[in-house]
Design a protein around this ligand. Sequence first.
Ligand code: PMP
Length: 309
Amino acid sequence: SIQQVDHIWRNGALIPWADAQVHVLSHALHYGTSFFEGIRSYDTPSGPVVFRLTDHVKRLVDSARIYSVDLPYSPAELAEACKQVLRANKLGSAYLRPVSFIGYGSIGVVPAKDTPIDTYIAAFPWGAYLGEEARTKGVDVCVSSWNRMAPNTAPTAAKAGGNYLSSYLISREAKSRGYAEGIGLDVDGRLSEGAGENLFLIKDGKLMTPPASSSILQGITRDSVIRLAKREGLEVVEQALPREMLYLCDEAFFTGTAAEVTPIRSIDDKTTRAAGAGPITRLIMDRFFGLFEGRTQDDWGWLEPVHAQ
Ligand code: PMP
């Protein structure tokens, strides 16, 4: 269950948590027309920061843009609102969930022009998505019987509510079969991503991850890991990957805002050669979590302070 805090931001102002409600005839509830982000803030030795806040709010605006929805707030305004929510609730390490959606006013699939676009930003404490143990031991996952959306259907570059019907099917099936998470294949049967995470495989010292064209959300954690790995001199390739690479790789891990960097121990009951976090996964985890512990240099301005400096 969600750990409740005091305030949620709605359309420009802070309101009490309990008042952040929507009408049952809101468009998004029926048609999936919401655009959202998952963002993490961290308590670092130099104060609370939001990780890649600017990139997250830009993606929110872009997700809406794909659906011809113009958000009434600029990325800069949304970023400031996110920080305001953290400050108002005195949160350090937290998960932020901004969501903009087509609200109440039309029942047709294409809403009338005057239908409101509502924006809410919630923040609350949230630990490791796939469990604390996952970080040390790795998770057991499976390939889903459900594929990800085909190109030119529901666009996976948009982080839109409706896309999560696919994630729901993949993750629910995996969990009902006793796995921590499911991996979706794309329409060609190539590797795509986890239900809410991007996928990395390591073979012969090289990092491999499916490309944008494999029906993935181009994760911000994925991009961060690619940059951190390259700075360490590691080779990273974004390329279409066949399913069997899952069974041949030395190491594998998931990335995502919620999952952060989570090692994969086994796929379809076959353990990776490392059987958990191997040496490269451990290096990546060290550099990634090191960002928030003051051990990894932030060359990119990713750590955005919650309090004005
Ligand atoms: N794929 C999907 C389907 C997701 O929901 C997420 C989580 N936002 C990711 C990948 C990882 O993206 P990010 O690193 O930006 O959180």
